[in-house]
Design a protein around this ligand. Structure first.
Ligand code: ZN
Length: 291
Protein backbone atom coordinates (compact mmCIF):
# COMPACT_ATOMS: atom_id res chain seq x y z
CA UNK A 1 0.00 0.00 0.00
CA UNK A 2 1.44 3.40 -0.91
CA UNK A 3 1.86 5.85 1.94
CA UNK A 4 -0.84 8.08 0.44
CA UNK A 5 -3.33 5.22 0.54
CA UNK A 6 -2.16 4.34 4.01
CA UNK A 7 -3.04 7.83 5.20
CA UNK A 8 -6.46 7.60 3.61
CA UNK A 9 -6.88 4.29 5.40
CA UNK A 10 -5.82 5.88 8.70
CA UNK A 11 -8.24 8.78 8.32
CA UNK A 12 -11.13 6.40 7.65
CA UNK A 13 -10.38 4.51 10.82
CA UNK A 14 -9.78 7.38 13.22
CA UNK A 15 -12.21 6.83 16.08
CA UNK A 16 -15.04 9.31 15.82
CA UNK A 17 -15.06 9.97 19.55
CA UNK A 18 -11.51 11.30 19.38
CA UNK A 19 -11.73 13.50 16.34
CA UNK A 20 -15.36 14.62 16.07
CA UNK A 21 -16.02 18.33 15.82
CA UNK A 22 -19.08 18.42 18.07
CA UNK A 23 -19.34 21.03 20.77
CA UNK A 24 -21.56 19.58 23.51
CA UNK A 25 -19.76 18.57 26.76
CA UNK A 26 -18.48 15.00 26.49
CA UNK A 27 -18.01 12.49 29.32
CA UNK A 28 -14.92 13.32 31.34
CA UNK A 29 -13.69 11.94 34.66
CA UNK A 30 -11.02 12.61 37.26
CA UNK A 31 -9.13 10.12 39.49
CA UNK A 32 -6.65 10.93 42.26
CA UNK A 33 -3.46 8.89 41.78
CA UNK A 34 -1.46 10.22 44.70
CA UNK A 35 -1.76 13.28 46.97
CA UNK A 36 -2.47 16.21 44.62
CA UNK A 37 -1.85 14.23 41.41
CA UNK A 38 -4.92 13.52 39.31
CA UNK A 39 -5.60 11.88 36.03
CA UNK A 40 -8.29 13.50 33.90
CA UNK A 41 -9.77 11.29 31.21
CA UNK A 42 -11.70 12.84 28.33
CA UNK A 43 -14.21 10.66 26.42
CA UNK A 44 -12.68 7.62 28.04
CA UNK A 45 -9.64 7.87 25.80
CA UNK A 46 -7.53 11.03 25.99
CA UNK A 47 -5.72 11.53 29.25
CA UNK A 48 -3.89 14.33 31.02
CA UNK A 49 -2.51 14.82 34.51
CA UNK A 50 -3.20 17.68 36.94
CA UNK A 51 -0.78 18.31 39.81
CA UNK A 52 -2.25 20.63 42.41
CA UNK A 53 -0.70 21.92 45.63
CA UNK A 54 0.62 24.91 47.57
CA UNK A 55 2.47 26.33 44.56
CA UNK A 56 -0.57 26.07 42.31
CA UNK A 57 -1.51 23.87 39.39
CA UNK A 58 0.57 22.09 36.76
CA UNK A 59 -1.03 20.33 33.79
CA UNK A 60 0.78 17.58 31.93
CA UNK A 61 -0.92 17.64 28.53
CA UNK A 62 -4.11 19.57 28.11
CA UNK A 63 -6.42 17.70 25.76
CA UNK A 64 -7.88 19.28 22.64
CA UNK A 65 -8.65 22.93 22.23
CA UNK A 66 -12.33 21.95 22.21
CA UNK A 67 -12.19 19.91 25.45
CA UNK A 68 -11.42 23.00 27.59
CA UNK A 69 -14.90 23.23 29.11
CA UNK A 70 -14.89 19.59 30.25
CA UNK A 71 -11.38 19.93 31.68
CA UNK A 72 -12.30 23.14 33.52
CA UNK A 73 -15.22 21.31 35.14
CA UNK A 74 -12.92 18.55 36.38
CA UNK A 75 -10.35 21.07 37.67
CA UNK A 76 -13.10 22.77 39.62
CA UNK A 77 -14.01 19.45 41.26
CA UNK A 78 -10.48 19.06 42.63
CA UNK A 79 -10.31 22.68 43.78
CA UNK A 80 -7.37 23.42 41.49
CA UNK A 81 -5.32 26.56 42.21
CA UNK A 82 -3.74 28.98 39.74
CA UNK A 83 -2.36 27.33 36.62
CA UNK A 84 1.40 27.92 36.67
CA UNK A 85 2.90 25.34 34.31
CA UNK A 86 1.75 23.36 31.33
CA UNK A 87 3.89 20.51 30.03
CA UNK A 88 3.34 18.99 26.57
CA UNK A 89 4.47 15.36 26.18
CA UNK A 90 4.57 15.83 22.35
CA UNK A 91 3.08 18.07 19.66
CA UNK A 92 -0.17 16.26 18.69
CA UNK A 93 -3.34 18.31 19.03
CA UNK A 94 -5.05 15.95 21.51
CA UNK A 95 -2.19 16.87 23.91
CA UNK A 96 -1.36 20.48 22.98
CA UNK A 97 -4.74 21.84 21.81
CA UNK A 98 -5.47 22.91 25.39
CA UNK A 99 -2.50 25.31 25.22
CA UNK A 100 -4.81 27.69 23.36
CA UNK A 101 -7.62 28.01 25.95
CA UNK A 102 -5.34 27.56 28.99
CA UNK A 103 -1.91 28.88 27.99
CA UNK A 104 -2.24 32.68 28.19
CA UNK A 105 0.34 33.94 30.70
CA UNK A 106 1.33 30.37 31.68
CA UNK A 107 4.79 28.82 31.29
CA UNK A 108 4.52 26.05 28.70
CA UNK A 109 7.33 23.50 28.75
CA UNK A 110 8.14 20.91 26.09
CA UNK A 111 10.87 19.36 24.01
CA UNK A 112 12.17 21.79 21.38
CA UNK A 113 10.61 19.61 18.63
CA UNK A 114 7.15 20.56 19.95
CA UNK A 115 7.90 24.25 19.54
CA UNK A 116 9.20 23.60 16.05
CA UNK A 117 6.02 21.73 15.10
CA UNK A 118 3.60 24.26 16.63
CA UNK A 119 5.40 27.24 15.10
CA UNK A 120 4.50 26.18 11.55
CA UNK A 121 1.44 24.80 9.77
CA UNK A 122 1.47 21.00 9.80
CA UNK A 123 -0.48 18.22 8.16
CA UNK A 124 -1.22 15.28 10.40
CA UNK A 125 -3.31 12.28 9.37
CA UNK A 126 -4.48 14.23 6.35
CA UNK A 127 -5.77 17.10 8.50
CA UNK A 128 -4.34 20.60 8.39
CA UNK A 129 -2.99 21.80 11.72
CA UNK A 130 -2.39 25.57 11.64
CA UNK A 131 0.55 27.04 13.57
CA UNK A 132 -0.30 28.00 17.17
CA UNK A 133 -0.38 31.63 18.30
CA UNK A 134 2.87 32.50 20.04
CA UNK A 135 1.42 32.55 23.58
CA UNK A 136 0.23 28.95 23.13
CA UNK A 137 3.62 27.56 22.08
CA UNK A 138 6.17 26.30 24.58
CA UNK A 139 8.17 29.24 25.95
CA UNK A 140 10.56 26.92 27.80
CA UNK A 141 12.12 24.14 25.74
CA UNK A 142 14.89 21.61 26.23
CA UNK A 143 16.64 18.94 24.19
CA UNK A 144 17.56 16.21 26.66
CA UNK A 145 16.40 16.60 30.26
CA UNK A 146 15.23 19.21 32.70
CA UNK A 147 13.73 19.29 36.18
CA UNK A 148 11.29 21.60 37.99
CA UNK A 149 10.77 21.94 41.72
CA UNK A 150 7.06 22.45 42.27
CA UNK A 151 4.60 21.47 45.01
CA UNK A 152 7.38 19.71 46.95
CA UNK A 153 8.24 17.42 44.02
CA UNK A 154 11.29 17.60 41.77
CA UNK A 155 9.60 16.68 38.54
CA UNK A 156 11.90 15.29 35.87
CA UNK A 157 11.30 15.72 32.16
CA UNK A 158 13.15 13.14 30.11
CA UNK A 159 13.39 13.12 26.32
CA UNK A 160 13.51 9.69 24.70
CA UNK A 161 14.64 9.18 21.07
CA UNK A 162 12.01 9.40 18.29
CA UNK A 163 9.37 6.80 19.11
CA UNK A 164 5.82 8.16 18.79
CA UNK A 165 7.13 11.51 17.42
CA UNK A 166 10.52 13.21 17.35
CA UNK A 167 9.79 15.17 20.54
CA UNK A 168 8.45 12.65 23.08
CA UNK A 169 9.11 13.21 26.76
CA UNK A 170 8.43 11.25 29.92
CA UNK A 171 7.30 13.18 32.99
CA UNK A 172 8.44 11.59 36.25
CA UNK A 173 7.18 12.45 39.73
CA UNK A 174 9.73 10.62 41.93
CA UNK A 175 8.02 11.08 45.32
CA UNK A 176 4.62 9.96 44.09
CA UNK A 177 6.19 7.37 41.75
CA UNK A 178 3.93 8.49 38.93
CA UNK A 179 5.28 8.32 35.38
CA UNK A 180 3.39 10.10 32.60
CA UNK A 181 4.29 8.51 29.27
CA UNK A 182 2.07 10.39 26.82
CA UNK A 183 1.55 8.51 23.57
CA UNK A 184 4.38 6.11 24.27
CA UNK A 185 1.45 4.08 25.54
CA UNK A 186 -1.74 3.14 23.74
CA UNK A 187 -2.69 0.66 26.47
CA UNK A 188 -3.41 -2.84 25.16
CA UNK A 189 -3.41 -1.68 21.55
CA UNK A 190 -1.05 -1.33 18.64
CA UNK A 191 0.30 2.22 18.93
CA UNK A 192 0.05 5.00 16.39
CA UNK A 193 3.54 6.02 15.28
CA UNK A 194 3.96 9.39 13.55
CA UNK A 195 6.76 8.43 11.17
CA UNK A 196 6.31 11.66 9.18
CA UNK A 197 7.24 13.68 12.28
CA UNK A 198 10.16 11.76 13.70
CA UNK A 199 8.57 8.59 15.10
CA UNK A 200 9.82 5.03 14.59
CA UNK A 201 8.05 1.82 15.64
CA UNK A 202 11.32 0.02 16.39
CA UNK A 203 12.56 2.88 18.57
CA UNK A 204 9.12 3.16 20.17
CA UNK A 205 9.34 -0.40 21.49
CA UNK A 206 12.98 0.11 22.45
CA UNK A 207 11.93 3.16 24.50
CA UNK A 208 9.36 1.03 26.32
CA UNK A 209 12.07 -1.50 27.16
CA UNK A 210 14.26 1.34 28.47
CA UNK A 211 11.45 2.45 30.77
CA UNK A 212 11.03 -1.07 32.16
CA UNK A 213 14.71 -1.05 33.11
CA UNK A 214 14.97 2.46 34.55
CA UNK A 215 11.94 2.98 36.76
CA UNK A 216 10.84 1.22 39.95
CA UNK A 217 8.51 -1.77 39.90
CA UNK A 218 5.83 -0.02 41.96
CA UNK A 219 5.45 2.90 39.53
CA UNK A 220 2.00 4.11 38.41
CA UNK A 221 2.13 4.66 34.65
CA UNK A 222 -0.21 7.11 32.94
CA UNK A 223 -0.68 6.50 29.22
CA UNK A 224 -1.79 9.06 26.65
CA UNK A 225 -4.57 6.67 25.71
CA UNK A 226 -6.16 3.85 27.66
CA UNK A 227 -6.06 2.35 31.11
CA UNK A 228 -3.48 3.09 33.83
CA UNK A 229 -0.58 0.64 33.66
CA UNK A 230 1.53 -1.07 36.30
CA UNK A 231 5.13 -1.94 35.46
CA UNK A 232 3.98 -5.51 34.90
CA UNK A 233 1.37 -4.33 32.38
CA UNK A 234 4.06 -2.35 30.58
CA UNK A 235 6.41 -5.36 30.49
CA UNK A 236 3.69 -7.54 28.98
CA UNK A 237 2.73 -4.98 26.35
CA UNK A 238 6.36 -4.20 25.50
CA UNK A 239 7.33 -7.83 25.03
CA UNK A 240 4.31 -8.56 22.85
CA UNK A 241 4.98 -5.52 20.65
CA UNK A 242 8.61 -6.57 20.40
CA UNK A 243 7.41 -9.99 19.23
CA UNK A 244 5.25 -8.43 16.52
CA UNK A 245 8.22 -6.43 15.27
CA UNK A 246 10.44 -9.52 15.24
CA UNK A 247 7.79 -11.42 13.27
CA UNK A 248 7.46 -8.62 10.72
CA UNK A 249 11.24 -8.22 10.36
CA UNK A 250 11.66 -11.93 9.86
CA UNK A 251 8.92 -12.01 7.23
CA UNK A 252 10.49 -9.03 5.49
CA UNK A 253 13.94 -10.65 5.54
CA UNK A 254 12.48 -13.74 3.92
CA UNK A 255 11.26 -11.55 1.05
CA UNK A 256 7.59 -11.25 1.98
CA UNK A 257 5.78 -8.06 0.92
CA UNK A 258 3.49 -6.19 3.37
CA UNK A 259 0.47 -7.39 1.35
CA UNK A 260 1.58 -11.01 1.69
CA UNK A 261 2.09 -10.52 5.45
CA UNK A 262 -1.44 -9.19 5.71
CA UNK A 263 -2.86 -11.99 3.60
CA UNK A 264 -1.12 -14.60 5.74
CA UNK A 265 -2.26 -12.79 8.91
CA UNK A 266 1.17 -13.13 10.47
CA UNK A 267 0.05 -11.14 13.56
CA UNK A 268 -3.14 -13.08 14.18
CA UNK A 269 -1.88 -14.06 17.66
CA UNK A 270 -2.04 -10.35 18.59
CA UNK A 271 -5.47 -9.63 17.07
CA UNK A 272 -6.74 -8.15 20.37
CA UNK A 273 -4.34 -5.22 19.97
CA UNK A 274 -5.92 -4.27 16.65
CA UNK A 275 -9.46 -3.69 17.79
CA UNK A 276 -9.42 0.04 18.48
CA UNK A 277 -7.66 2.17 15.88
CA UNK A 278 -4.40 0.73 14.57
CA UNK A 279 -5.35 -2.67 13.14
CA UNK A 280 -2.99 -5.61 12.54
CA UNK A 281 -2.77 -4.54 8.90
CA UNK A 282 -1.94 -0.93 9.79
CA UNK A 283 0.73 -2.05 12.25
CA UNK A 284 2.34 -4.20 9.52
CA UNK A 285 2.27 -1.11 7.26
CA UNK A 286 3.81 1.08 9.97
CA UNK A 287 6.64 -1.30 10.76
CA UNK A 288 7.48 -2.16 7.14
CA UNK A 289 7.29 1.49 6.08
CA UNK A 290 9.95 2.36 8.65
CA UNK A 291 12.42 -0.34 7.52
ZN1 ZN B 1 0.18 11.53 19.88
Amino acid sequence: MSSKRFFFFLVLFIPGSLFSQENQPLPTSVTELSAGIYRILYVGRVSMVAFNGDDGLMLVDAGYERSAEEIRNELEKIGAGNLRYMINTHWHSDHTGGNIPFGEGVDIIAHEHVNEMLSHDQVSLGQEKPAFPEYARPNITFSDRMSIRFNSETIQLIHVPGGHTGGDILVWFPLAKVLVMGDLIFADNFPYVDIEHGGSPVQYVENLRWVTENFPDDVTIIPGHGRIYSMEDLRTWQSKLQKTIDIILEASDSGMTPDQMKELKILTEFADYGKWWITEEMWIETVTESL
